[in-house]
Design a protein around this ligand. Structure first.
Ligand code: SAM
Length: 276
């Protein structure tokens, strides 16, 4: 089928080189069509004739255009209490061992469902306290999802899987024109601090130590050497009892010297496992 915009192998290679350099994301051959469909709306909006002309435009454009390019190419799929066993581990293992105040980092937080789920799990652990001694740092490379996450407003269907009791306790129901939406209650919202952070940057504007780092469903986009470099930086940021949480299809066996598995996609620093 003919395409609205000219799109060559060289265009795809250029996109792949840029997104790897900017975000560490390795696009395999299979992402060719996905890239076209993600970029075409922007190319149409700019009134350009081809993918190549868009890439040439980017070469002349400033930071905002590049940030938008990254936003378009990141996949932000997420949900509340995704991989629910992690929230049980957080309540049963991490929080009882933690000394307050507790600090947790959600390092690829997308639209906020993950850090808000962490905050709710912690509030539950503290019997629904209004201001539990827990802070959740939530970061992502995508500037648009961070703005969305900060609002804390979700379509009702996004919270369908959450237990009614938790929904009542931690969300406000929209009324009138907003009845299809819910909003995270201020107490939970205050526990989470959002900011833009690129895991590929040499300087992260946050400091350890953390009781837990949630790094879920983002390493799959990186190659093994990029993963290793990030894991090397996470390791000293965890407190002695701290855990690293990974996504269901991610494993860090290539970094056994840094992290050892402690259960279903959870890891602890290897140096502590050696010391016993
Ligand atoms: C599939 S979502 C995962 C969301 C959530 N952690 C979860 O498991 O449900 C992947 C997220 O990683 C972010 N991401 C991709 N590359 C990144 C990078 N270099 N630095 C920080 N975040 C990145 C994307 O913007 C996206 O929001």
């Amino acid at each position: 089928m003919s395409k609205e915009f000219t799109y060559t192998d060289e265009d795809y290679s250029r996109v792949a080189r840029h997104i790897y350099k900017l975000a560490g994301i390795s696009l395999g051959e299979s992402r060719r069509e996905m890239v076209y469909s993600r970029l075409s709306r922007e190319i149409r909006r700019l009134g350009l004739p081809s993918v190549r002309s868009y890439l040439d435009y980017l070469d002349r454009a400033g930071d905002a255009a590049w940030a938008h390019f990254v936003n378009l190419l990141t996949t932000n799929l997420t949900s509340f209490f995704r991989e629910s066993h992690h929230f049980t581990i957080l309540k049963d293992q991490v929080l009882p061992a933690a000394r307050e105040p507790v600090r947790i980092w959600s390092c690829a937080c997308a639209t906020g469902e993950e850090p808000y789920s962490i905050a709710i799990a912690c509030a539950e652990y503290h019997h629904g306290a209004e201001s539990p001694p827990v802070s959740v740092i939530a970061t992502d490379i995508n500037t648009a999802v961070i703005q969305e996450a900060e609002r804390g407003i979700y379509a009702r269907e996004r919270v369908e899987g959450i237990k009614q009791e938790l929904l009542r306790k931690y969300f406000l129901s929209g009324t009138g024109a907003h009845e299809e939406f819910v909003k995270v209650k201020p107490g939970i919202r205050r526990m989470v601090a959002f900011s833009v952070l690129n895991l590929m940057h040499a300087h992260w504007n946050i400091e350890g130590k953390f009781d837990a780092i949630f790094c879920r469903n983002v390493m799959i986009y990186f190659d093994k050497s990029t993963q290793y470099k990030i894991l090397e930086r996470f390791e000293p940021m965890l407190k002695p009892h701290g855990l690293l949480f990974a996504g269901h299809s991610e494993s860090f066996f290539n970094a056994k010297d840094l992290f050892v598995p402690t259960g279903k996609t959870t890891y602890r620093p290897a140096r502590l496992a050696v010391q016993g």
